[in-house]
Design a protein around this ligand. Structure first.
Ligand SMILES: Cc1cc2nc3c(=O)[nH]c(=O)nc-3n(C[C@H](O)[C@H](O)[C@H](O)COP(=O)(O)O)c2cc1C
Length: 339
C-alpha cells in the first residue's frame, strides 16, 4: 500500500515552506479539503464472490486512448517548484507507467518540451480574459500532440487561500506555458464571464475533444455537454475553489445519471487508494485523476518516484478489482457500492 501520509510528510520536509503551503492549501476554511479523502472512505463496497479473477487487468481507455489503469495525472501548476525535472519528469513518468498526463496551463515548462517527453497528453486550459491567448494555447497544444483540451470551468476567479498564503502561487515567474510574457498581465487572469460559447469555440479552434473539468451538479454537467463537451470531470479542484461544496463521491452519481449515457465522466479530489478508484468506477466514473500525491512524489524523488507511485496505484486498482470479483474495469457496476 502507498503510505500517502508519509509521502506528504517527506515532501513537506523537502520543500521550502511557502512552496509546500502553496501545493497543500485549500480554499476558505479548507472544509472541502479536510473532507475529501474521508468522503471516499465513507463509501462502502459490496464485493462479489465466486468469480474467476485469475486474469484480472486494470487496463482501460479514456476517449479511446488506452491506459494501464484508470488513474490519470491531474493538471497541477508549476512542477518545477517541486523538483527541477518538473513537468518533463512527470510526463516521462506518466508515459512509463502507461498513464496519461493532463498538463496544466500554469505549467513551468513549455508545452513542446513536455510533449516530446510525454507522447500523448491532454492539455488543461483556463479561459483567460484574453480569448486570443486562450485559443492560441489550445492550438499550440494541439500542434504539439495534445489529444484533448481539458477546460476548467470552476474558476471564474482564483479562490482565496488561507491567510498568509499568496492568492494563487508563490511569485516565481516560472510560468513558461505562456512564454513568460504574460505573468503579470490582468488579461491573462481567468475570465469571470466564461460561458458555454468558450467551450464551443475552443473545440472548433483546436479540432480537439473538450473535457469540462470542475462539474459538481447534474445541471452543470448538462450545460457542458450541451456546449459540446466530450467528457466531464467531477471535481472540487482539490478543495481549492468554492469551500463547502459537495464532495466528489457524493456529486458523482447525479452527474453520471444526467450525462453518463452521452459522455465519459471522470472524477478527482482525495482519490488515494485502489479501493477509492474501485468506488469511483462503481459510482459511474470511467477514470480518476490524482493531484497532490504526484506533486509529493515529484518533490521527494523526481520522475522515478512519480513513475513508481503510478505503477503502485495501478497495482492497487488491479488488486481491488480482483478482491471485488471484477476481472476488468468494465465488469464494475453500481451493485458494488452500498447506496
Ligand atoms: C497545487 C495545485 C495546483 C493545481 N493547479 C490546477 C490547474 O492549473 N488547473 C486545474 O484545472 N486544476 C488544478 N488543480 C486541481 C487538480 O487538477 C485536481 O482537481 C485536484 O488536485 C485533485 O485533488 P487531489 O490533489 O486531492 O488529488 C491544482 C491542484 C493543486 C493541489
Amino acid at each position: 500500500m502507498i503510505d500517502h501520509a508519509s509521502l506528504r510528510d517527506r515532501a513537506e520536509a523537502a520543500l521550502p515552506r511557502d512552496v509546500f503551503a502553496y501545493f497543500a492549501a485549500g480554499a476558505g476554511d479548507e472544509t472541502t479539503l479536510a473532507r475529501q479523502e474521508r468522503a471516499w472512505d465513507e463509501v462502502l463496497l459490496r464485493p462479489r464472490v465466486l468469480r474467476d479473477v485469475s486474469a484480472t487487468s486494470a487496463a482501460s481507455q479514456v476517449l479511446g486512448h488506452p491506459i494501464t489503469s484508470p488513474v490519470l495525472v491531474a493538471p497541477t501548476a508549476m512542477h518545477r517548484l517541486a523538483h527541477p525535472e518538473g513537468e518533463v519528469g512527470v510526463a516521462r513518468a506518466a508515459r512509463a507507467a502507461g498513464s496519461l498526463l493532463v498538463l496544466s496551463m500554469r505549467s513551468s515548462t513549455r508545452v513542446e518540451a513536455v510533449a516530446a517527453a510525454a507522447g500523448p497528453f491532454w492539455q488543461q486550459l483556463y479561459v483567460l480574459q484574453d480569448r486570443g491567448v486562450t485559443d492560441e494555447v489550445g492550438r499550440r497544444a494541439a500542434a504539439a500532440g495534445a489529444l484533448a483540451l481539458v477546460v476548467t470551468v470552476d474558476t471564474p476567479r482564483v479562490a482565496r487561500k488561507r491567510a498568509g498564503l499568496p492568492v494563487s502561487r508563490p511569485s516565481t515567474g516560472i510560468i513558461e506555458s505562456l512564454d513568460h510574457r504574460h505573468v503579470a498581465d490582468p488579461r491573462l487572469m481567468q475570465a469571470e464571464d466564461v460561458g458555454p460559447r468558450d467551450l464551443e469555440r475552443l473545440a472548433e479552434n483546436s479540432g480537439l475533444p473538450v473535457v469540462a473539468k470542475g462539474v459538481l451538479t447534474a445541471e452543470a454537467a448538462r450545460d457542458c455537454v450541451a456546449a459540446g463537451a466530450s467528457a466531464v470531470v467531477v471535481s472540487t479542484h482539490g478543495g481549492r475553489q468554492l469551500d463547502g461544496v459537495v464532495p466528489a463521491p457524493l456529486a458523482l452519481p447525479e452527474v453520471v445519471e444526467a450525462v453518463g449515457d452521452q459522455v465519459e465522466v471522470y472524477v478527482d479530489g482525495g482519490v488515494r487508494t485502489g479501493s477509492h478508484v474501485l468506488k469511483a468506477l462503481a459510482l459511474g466514473a470511467r477514470a480518476v485523476l490524482i493531484g497532490r500525491p504526484v506533486i509529493w512524489a515529484l518533490a521527494t524523488g523526481g520522475s522515478d518516484r512519480v513513475r513508481d507511485l503510478l505503477v503502485d496505484m495501478a497495482s492497487e486498482v488491479e488488486e481491488a478489482l480482483a478482491l471485488a470479483g471484477c476481472p476488468s474495469c468494465t465488469d464494475v457496476g453500481p451493485d458494488l457500492v452500498r447506496r
